[in-house]
Design a protein. Structure first.
Length: 591
């Protein structure tokens, strides 16, 4: 088969590729991670390149429409729609590449509650008795005879006292690394003060992690990164479909998840001056699909109705085989899944806010790519999930982006124009979820769009900043996402016989929710119109919950029990689902 030269500017890199190769695939192989949020379906328009020389063929009508929507130049094409048939020289704009880990800002500290320290992972420094002619057994045998029952605090205190009162012969000190009732490792000196854990929020779009001192409960460092899986698609459905159809894609998705987690771990260790060998436990909280993909489990049950998970509760398992860069003798624990697409991120979130101990009528709402809702009605808990899609995280919009430098994250109408707030104080490069809600609320108030979502502004676009405008399709994306969430809220409340005024509180979780303007979100009907004092923005509860499950065996058991008691409601099976969804498409407040 013939090969053709591909020259990539501005660097000027040159590679030879086989004729017929998809240009997006060729770029990724050459080390240029182009954004393939729609999994090469040619609809997101985020893999745009400029053809400087060579014949790339002519775009079809659907690609032409996407290029026009993005205001692209005459030389622009979508890399995912080009089959290389001859030599090409192209330019790849920075905006078409998946952001590097360093381009994703670390999340600020979110909601936290105190928790009694009772980590499943513990270290015990002991001094084995010296061998004698009468007892020539190994140090390990004598060490095992001295190990306390990890469940007994008195034994732990006694063992520490033994280490403190023994003769100062450091060469005889050993440290036993214990997880529950299992001995994981034996270290040749007193390393009991160096016991670390990693808490991970494995989000569809963003992965966040904290390095935690298990001895003190203190978070040493925190970081966030774009989930490397985004190159396979922006949303859960696209990734599940890819993994279901192609085992090779499934392996790639698993590898991408652990590459992201490991890269975060290495950054955290570098910041803190610690070693990977000190990290003996990792707790991961993610939605059902993310957990399956990271574990390399079949996603067949998630690809078709009734969307069943392969597991609810999993025991902690060795870190080495799964691909973790932490100590290979350590353990990895996934937060328990609830049911269907309501996964470990929500179970961890409920643990973080301690929903069982709170008021009787509480709504827990996690707004993200997969919108999940939990309603507490007395002692009863009910949940559902909605296919909100990536619009709230800015990932499916023509001018959308994650909440990083250059993203419009807030907006208001002042002095006859849009007043924008941009992360990092730099010129606007795109719009993230919270900024999107503000802009649409302004557009509704100013008559640029109507309640049906129709764009009335000239050119059927909403200008935001130079080179940035919301199209009719963008508005429809938000409508569908908001309607999905509203439908879930309505149906859970209706089943419980509650009105919004009956709610004692509303917990809004997720990075998107943490920066949401209550009035604007209520104006669009995204969240119920309740007393603002009853709305609590609790931030990244998935990460906060993962940290709690890392620090407390009791909280871990309690979370597993809670997850098993929550009843799941399938929205699609509801008799009035379709009518409620259609009604929820309108941008209007709840009454």
């Amino acid at each position: 088969m013939s090969r053709h030269r591909l020259t990539i500017r501005p660097e000027g890199a040159a590679v030879d590729i086989e004729a017929g190769t998809n240009l997006a695939d060729a770029l990724r192989e050459a080390g240029y991670p182009v954004s393939l949020y729609c999994h090469k379906r040619g609809v997101c328009g985020k893999c745009l390149v400029e053809i400087e020389s060579g014949d790339a063929g002519l775009p079809d009508p659907s690609e032409t429409a996407v290029l026009a929507r993005r205001g692209a130049s005459a030389a622009a094409r979508l890399a995912c729609r080009i089959s290389v048939q001859g030599p090409l020289t192209i330019a790849v704009p920075e905006a078409s590449l998946v952001p590097a880990i360093s381009d994703v800002p670390a999340l600020s500290e979110g909601f936290r509650r105190p928790v009694s320290l009772d980590p499943p992972l513990r270290k015990y420094a002991v001094r084995p008795p010296a061998a004698s002619l009468q007892d020539p057994g190994s140090d390990l045998d004598r060490l095992l005879s001295l190990l306390p029952d990890p469940a007994l605090e008195a034994s732990l205190a006694a063992m520490r006292g033994l280490a403190a009162s023994s003769p100062a012969d450091e060469s005889r000190v050993l440290t036993a690394v214990v997880h529950g009732r299992s001995l994981l490792d034996v270290e040749p000196e007193d390393t009991s003060a160096r016991q670390l854990g990693l808490a991970v929020d494995l989000g569809t779009t963003t992965v966040a992690a904290e390095l935690v001192d298990l001895e003190t409960g203190r978070t040493i460092a925190a970081e966030a990164a774009l989930n490397g899986q985004v190159r396979f698609g922006a949303d859960v459905v696209t990734r599940v479909t890819a993994a279901h159809a192609d085992f090779g894609q499934a392996k790639g998705l698993r590898r991408a998840a652990w590459e992201t987690i490991n890269a975060l771990l290495l950054r955290l260790l570098e910041q803190s001056g610690r070693e990977a060998s000190e990290v003996y436990e990792t707790v991961v909280a993610g939605n059902t699909a993310m957990a399956h993909l990271a574990l390399g489990l079949p996603v067949d049950g998630l690809a078709v109705a009734p969307f069943q998970s392969l597991f609810s509760v999993l025991p902690a398992f060795p870190a080495g085989p799964v691909g973790s860069a932490a100590n290979p003798e350590g353990r990895v624990y996934f937060a328990p899944a609830i049911k269907s697409f309501v996964g470990g991120d929500i179970a961890a979130g409920l643990a973080a806010v301690d929903i069982e101990s709170g008021p009787d009528e509480v709504l827990f709402l996690d707004l993200g790519t997969n919108g999940e809702i939990v309603l507490k009605h007395g002692c009863r808990l009910t949940c559902t999930s909605t296919a909100a899609g990536p619009a709230f995280e800015g990932m499916s919009l023509s001018c959308g982006m994650i909440a990083g430098p250059g993203a419009v994250h807030a907006a208001a109408f002042r002095d006859g124009r849009l007043d924008l707030r941009v992360i990092g104080g730099r010129p606007a490069a795109g719009i993230c979820g919270s900024g999107l809600i503000d802009i649409l609320a302004v557009a509704l108030d100013q008559g640029w769009i109507d309640a049906s979502g129709a764009v009335l502004a000239p050119g059927r676009t909403i200008p935001v900043a130079p080179g940035i405008a919301l199209s009719q399709k963008d508005v429809r994306e938000v409508q569908l996402a908001a309607a999905a969430v509203k439908t879930g809220l309505h149906m859970l409340l209706a089943e419980a016989g509650l009105a919004t005024g009956d709610l004692d509180g509303v917990c809004v979780a997720g990075a998107f929710g943490s920066t949401l303007d209550v009035r604007n979100a209520s104006r669009l009907g995204l969240i119920p119109e309740v007393d603002p004092a009853r709305i609590r923005f609790v931030g990244n509860t998935s990460l906060a919950g993962a940290r709690i499950l890392l620090l407390s065996a009791g909280e871990r058991a309690r979370c597993e029990s809670l997850a098993g008691r929550i009843r799941h409601v399938s929205l699609a099976r509801g008799e009035d689902f379709q009518s409620q969804f259609v009604e929820s498409l309108e941008f209007k407040p709840w009454r």
